[in-house]
Design a protein around this ligand. Structure first.
Ligand code: GLA
Length: 381
């Protein structure tokens, strides 16, 4: 972490000839269990990852904004009013679009120099967009001489996604990144818009978690996600409830439309699985947590239809090895999260390599997560 903060400070100095006034580290997140529940008042359990985004910012005169990222070499040379003007015609995309969204939600729009470094993979379901957004908002808040208030910051970051980038997401990503505590998982209650750390000491019990980037393309993701959000809202309306999270399994049985019934059943049963996983972890019942991950995958695949053939085949292979696995994040391709005995790691790697070779898919990227990381943090000034 220290090395990264130094690197981003050095890059900032190379580009702007001075040292930054604020440097923030915003980690990626992985949903352990509880996906597609947050926009319907349900529960989720997440962890911050060791991979993160570092944002360094300094002041500039006369509303001038210069912002670069080493991720793809994108560079923007503009002004705060121009960014706000671009924010008038969403949906926005790319580096300039993200900056326009951030500058549009800020109460005051300062001039700034910004440099971003990241080792968080983009577009694989680990919340790279929310991490950059929160890092930027935090750094610009400090530049403006204001204190950081995490609940307000998470809502501003959500507005960037919803109003400017055109993604009707809930608060899962933003809360996970902002509120995570080292060595704990985070239990998120979307109805209460709250999050609290819960013990998740899998490592002490000889278990390991992995995030597996299957390389399965997420082409349908944006449209599919919007459609699921609409279907879930239609299910809540059909039940005359404010959200599906407030429904019971009995309520779901009253839904006559089979598609809406499946969508609602996923949300209700997934929240119950989150509760069960927190309880099982508290009692050290890791085999039960793994079984819940598998049940969650089945529900996301059959009832919510956000899996893909490659995700399903990979999850099935992991189950055969005695490892629990589920699609994580929005789905429609992307990554799996898995949990199993740490001693299984080499077997898991060779078995997946064989499967992917047989299928002619590029090798999957398996990232071990030894323990949960901390959330958004100022790492330099
Ligand atoms: C994306 C969204 C989140 C959440 C997940 C699915 O990551 O940004 O709000 O809905 O998908 O759980």
């Amino acid at each position: 972490m220290t090395i990264r903060a130094d690197i981003v400070r050095a890059h900032f100095h190379d580009h702007f000839g001075e040292w930054p006034l604020a440097v923030f580290r915003a980690p990626g997140r992985v949903t352990v269990i509880g996906d597609h529940t947050d926009y319907q008042g349900g529960l989720a359990l997440s962890m911050a990852l060791p991979m993160a985004t570092w944002v360094a910012a300094g002041q500039r005169p006369a509303f001038s904004v210069r912002a670069g990222t080493s991720h793809d070499g994108s560079w923007v040379d503009t002004t705060a009013p121009q960014l706000r003007e671009a924010g008038r015609t969403p949906p926005l995309s790319g580096w300039a679009g993200l900056l326009a969204g951030v500058w549009s939600v800020l109460p005051t729009a300062p001039g700034a120099s910004v440099w971003v470094e990241s080792d968080l993979p983009v577009g694989v379901g680990l919340s790279s967009s929310a991490a950059i957004t929160l890092g930027l908002l935090a750094a610009l808040t400090i530049l403006g001489g204001q204190p950081i208030q995490l609940p307000a910051l998470t809502r501003l970051a959500q507005r960037v996604e919803n109003e400017f980038l055109g993604v009707p997401s809930g608060l899962l990503d933003q809360l996970s990144i902002a509120m995570a505590q080292p060595r704990s998982a985070l239990l998120i209650d979307a109805a209460a818009q709250s999050a609290r750390p819960v013990a998740f000491p899998y490592r002490d019990a000889g278990y390991r978690m992995w995030v597996i980037d299957t390389g399965s393309p997420r082409t349908l993701q944006a449209a599919g996600y919007r459609q699921r959000v609409q279907e879930a809202a239609a299910a809540a309306a059909a039940l005359s409830l404010p959200s599906v999270g407030a429904a019971s399994e009995g309520d779901v049985a009253r839904l006559t439309d089979p598609l809406l019934a499946r969508r609602a059943r996923h949300i209700v049963t997934e929240s119950a699985r989150v509760r069960a996983a927190v309880d099982a972890a508290a009692h050290g019942h890791w085999a039960h947590v793994m079984a819940l991950l598998n049940d969650s995958h089945a529900s996301l695949a059959a009832d919510y239809e956000v899996s893909s053939p490659r995700l399903d085949q990979t999850a099935a292979r992991l189950r055969q090895l005695g490892v629990g696995a589920r699609v994580t994040g929005a789905g429609f391709g992307g990554s799996l999260v898995a949990m199993g005995p740490a001693a299984q790691e080499s077997g898991l790697l060779s078995s997946l390599t064989t499967l992917y070779e047989q299928e002619g898919w590029p090798a999957p990227l398996v990232r071990p997560i030894l323990y949960p990381n901390g959330g958004l943090m100022q790492v330099g000034g």
